[in-house]
Design a protein around this ligand. Structure first.
Ligand code: EPU
Length: 427
C-alpha cells in the first residue's frame, strides 16, 4: 500500500490549479443513464472514485472511456439495472444510480451501501422519496429492489419532503423526478453547489428543473426516451480548493494562488479563515491565500451548505492545532468524523474530544510521526499537518486520498512542499 512522506519545511508559495469537483462529477456520470445518447463530461479529475463509477456504468452495460479530464459515455439503451455489492461497497455514491435506473428502466436492484468509517449513513430518505414517486421498494439479501408502479411503469410526480437535507438523496430524487409523469416538488433539499450543478446538467438534457441550489426544487417530468445527452464541463472542487487554502495558511508566510477556485461556493470557510487571520482575496479567476502572521483560534460548527462543510472539518481542525488560544470544533453531520484526532495527538496536538465536539488548544509545534486515517478528508488533514510538523511525517493508507485528491503530491511539491509517495509501503 502506498504512503506519503512529508518533511515539514515552512510556508508554501506559488500557484496550484484546482481540479473539477468529484462530488459534482459522480452524480452527473450517473445522470448519463437517463439518456440513451452519448454524453461527454469535461474537467473531470483523475480519481479512484471516477474509475469506480466508470466501472459501475460499464457493468450496467454502457461504454465509458475515461481519459481525464474528459470522460465519454457511449450511447446505449441495453442496460442491466443492477449494481452489485462488490462495486457499491467501494464507494457509497454508487447509490446514485438507483434513481436514474428505476426512472429510466422501471426497475433497479442496487446493493445497500452499509455503514462507513464516518458514520452509519442510512439511505432512508432516498427510499422514502422514491416511494412517494410510486416505487415499490423492498430489501432482499442486502439489495434494494425498486420497481415502478404496476411492476415497472413510469414514476409519478409528487411532493417529496426530506426530513433532513441530504446531498445524494436530493440528487437521486432529482434524477428520478426528471423522468416521472407530471410535476414534482422536492422540499427541504440540500443546497450544495454540486446539487445546483446537477440541475444545470439535467436542464441541458432537456429536463425542466427549477430551484436546484435552494431548499425547494420544482421538476416537470419528461417522457422516458426524451432526455438527450449532454456535453458539460464541471465546476471547480470547493473542498480540494479549501484543503489547499488551509495548506497555504498552515505555515506563517504562506502565499498561494488557487487557480480556478470559486469563492462564492466557499463562503463559510473563507469567513473562518479570515477570522483566524488569513488573507483570502479573489484575483480574477483565481483566489490568493496569504498568512501574514500568527493564527487566532476560532470556533467552527459544521452544517449543511451554506454552513461550514463537514468535508473541511478535519483540515480546519489541523489549522487550529497551532493557532493561539482555544477553539471548539463541533461536528453535526456525521457521528464519527474525528478519526484524525488521535493521530494528531500523536503529532503533539492538544485536542480533547467530548462527544461531537473537539476542543483544540493551540501548541507551538507539531512533530512528525507515522500516522494513518480511514477516510478521505481525515487523511488529507494529516498531510496538511505534516507540512508544518518537525521532521518527517508518514501518512499511511493513502488510497483514501487517491479517492478525492488529484495528484496531491505533485500539486503540493509545485508550491514548495517536501513530499513524496512511497510505493508499496507497510500498511
Ligand atoms: N442521512 C440520513 N438518511 C438519508 C441520507 C442521509 O439520515 O437517507 C443523514 C446522513 O447520515 C448524514 C446527513 O444525513 O448525517 C447528511 O448526509 P448526506 O446524505 O448529505 O451525505 P451524502 O450525500 O452521503 C455527500 C458527499 C459527502 C459529504 C456529505 C455531506 C457525495 C458523493 N458525498 O454525502 O462527501 O460529506 O454529502 O456534505 O456528494 C467526501 O467527499 O469526502 C464526502 C464524504
Amino acid at each position: 500500500m502506498d504512503a506519503i512522506r512529508i518533511r515539514g519545511n515552512g510556508p508554501l508559495r506559488g500557484t496550484v490549479r484546482v481540479s473539477g469537483a468529484k462530488n459534482a462529477a459522480l452524480p452527473i456520470l450517473c445522470a448519463t443513464l437517463l439518456s440513451d445518447g452519448a454524453s461527454r463530461l469535461r474537467n473531470v479529475p483523475a480519481l479512484r472514485d471516477i474509475e469506480t463509477t466508470a466501472a459501475l456504468l460499464r457493468f450496467l452495460g454502457r461504454g465509458v472511456d475515461v481519459e481525464a479530464p474528459i470522460v465519454d459515455v457511449a450511447a446505449g439503451a441495453d442496460v442491466k439495472p443492477e449494481a452489485p455489492y462488490e462495486l457499491v461497497k467501494q464507494m457509497r455514491a454508487s447509490v446514485l444510480v438507483l434513481g436514474p435506473l428505476v426512472a429510466r428502466f422501471g426497475r433497479a436492484k442496487v446493493s445497500l451501501p452499509g455503514g462507513c468509517q464516518i458514520g452509519a449513513r442510512p439511505i432512508d430518505q432516498h427510499l422514502k422519496g422514491l416511494e412517494a414517486l410510486g416505487c415499490r421498494i423492498h430489501i432482499e439479501r442486502g439489495y434494494v429492489i425498486a420497481e415502478g408502479p404496476g411492476g415497472g411503469g413510469r414514476l409519478k410526480g409528487n411532493e417529496i419532503y426530506f426530513d433532513i437535507p441530504t446531498v445524494t438523496g436530493t440528487e437521486n430524487l432529482m434524477m428520478a423526478a426528471a423522468l416521472a409523469k407530471g410535476r414534482s416538488t422536492l422540499v427541504n433539499c440540500a443546497r450544495e453547489p454540486e446539487v445546483e450543478e446537477l440541475g444545470r446538467v439535467l436542464n441541458k438534457m432537456g429536463a425542466e428543473v427549477e430551484g436546484a441550489g435552494t431548499d425547494v426544487i420544482h421538476i416537470r417530468g419528461t417522457e422516458r426516451g426524451e432526455l438527450g445527452p449532454f456535453d458539460h464541463a464541471i465546476i471547480a472542487d470547493r473542498i480540494e480548493a479549501g484543503t489547499y487554502m488551509v495548506a497555504a495558511a498552515i505555515a506563517e508566510g504562506g502565499d498561494v494562488v488557487l487557480e480556478g477556485a470559486n469563492l462564492d461556493d466557499m463562503e463559510a470557510l473563507v469567513v473562518k479563515m479570515r477570522a483566524a487571520g488569513v488573507e483570502v482575496a479573489s484575483e480574477g479567476q483565481n483566489v490568493r491565500v496569504h498568512r501574514p502572521g500568527p493564527l487566532r483560534a476560532v470556533n467552527v460548527t459544521t452544517a449543511p451548505h451554506p454552513g461550514f462543510p463537514t468535508d473541511m472539518q478535519a483540515q480546519f481542525l489541523v489549522l487550529m492545532c497551532t493557532a493561539r488560544g482555544e477553539s471548539v470544533i463541533s461536528e453535526t453531520i456525521f457521528e464519527n468524523r474525528f478519526m484524525h484526532v488521535p493521530e494528531l495527538q500523536r503529532m503533539g496536538a492538544s485536542v480533547a474530544l467530548r462527544g461531537n465536539t473537539a476542543v483544540v488548544q493551540g501548541v507551538d509545534k507539531l512533530y512528525g510521526a507515522s500516522v494513518m486515517a480511514t477516510d478521505l478528508r481525515a487523511s488529507a488533514s494529516l498531510v496538511v499537518a505534516g507540512l508544518v510538523a518537525e521532521d518527517e511525517t508518514e501518512v499511511r493508507r493513502v488510497y483514501h486520498i487517491d479517492r478525492g485528491y488529484e495528484h496531491i503530491e505533485q500539486k503540493l511539491r509545485s508550491v514548495g512542499a517536501k513530499i513524496e509517495r512511497v510505493r508499496g509501503a507497510e500498511a
